[in-house]
Design a protein around this ligand. Structure first.
Ligand code: 16G
Length: 242
């Protein structure tokens, strides 16, 4: 149980030891998403440490998105997000349909000249202008993904045309993707990415590259998304014969 694992961890401070032990317990599915964790008081008594320490460790895990507090019923392991791998939805649509509040922090947005890699992905000629949007994407204030999108400058009036949703900005100009190619790959977050995502450096991530095409068949986005491996399940329905 918690106690024997806790006693084998060394080092200080105490709340960091407890955080490590709780993380391990969450990762090894010690608690079901529907069962509350033991109360802070019970954990404190079992481990013979102060409630303040327990609270501090739990607060940190809530902030990192691994635990959620539900008013009146306790603290729970956060459920993973199931995202369809084969539907052309946006991050905003995915989260809003789950009743979650979207927040995006700008890491960078700029207008620039197409790089060779971008020109291949978007079939643009050298010298073409592009818009780049780099965002940290959060649901209920918990970081979920980092996205780097490149869009041909001809699709949007400027890099400031995107407020909350790239797809909404494209949609109102008749440029929303209606078809896309995707690639999924396992990655380890870089130190910088891990810091933004509030996960341990070297944590596992899911990298998805999407090239989206508008109704006229032109590539309108080349997006590299890094999703939290501990928060996402990508699901798809398969049929024999397609
Ligand atoms: C999704 C897309 C991404 C797109 C973004 C737009 C995947 C793997 N990626 O994250 O390609 O650019 O949504 O989101 O689904 P927005 O409209 O909320 O800005």
């Amino acid at each position: 149980g918690l106690k024997s694992t806790f006693n084998t961890t060394a080092g200080t401070p105490l709340y960091q030891r407890l955080t490590k032990v709780l993380r391990g317990a969450i990762e090894s599915s010690l608690w079901d998403a529907d069962d509350p964790l033991p109360s802070e008081r019970d954990i404190a008594e079992t481990l013979e440490i102060s409630r303040v320490t327990v609270r501090k460790a739990i607060d940190g895990l809530v902030e990192d998105g691994l635990l959620v507090r539900k008013r009146g019923s306790g603290t729970f392991v956060a459920g993973r997000v199931e995202k369809s791998f084969a539907t052309l939805t946006s991050f905003t649509e995915d989260m809003v349909s789950r009743g979650r509040k979207v927040r995006s922090d700008w890491l960078m947005r700029e207008r620039g000249l197409v790089t060779p890699e971008e020109s291949l992905s978007l079939s643009l000629s050298p010298g073409a202008a592009v818009l780049r949007f780099h965002r940290l994407r959060c649901a209920d204030n918990v970081p979920m993904a980092i996205e780097y999108a490149t869009v041909p400058a001809a699709c949007l009036p400027s890099e400031h045309a995107v407020e909350d949703s790239l797809y909404e900005a494209l949609r109102i100009r008749n440029q929303r993707p209606v078809r896309a190619l995707q690639r999924l790959r396992a990655v380890l977050f870089t130190e910088e990415q891990a810091k933004l995502m509030l996960v341990e450096p070297g944590s596992a991530g899911l990298f998805i590259e999407r090239i989206g095409f508008n109704a006229a068949g032109a590539a309108v986005e080349w997006t590299r998304s890094y999703y939290r491996g501990d928060a996402y399940d990508f699901v798809a329905e398969l049929n024999l014969g397609n």
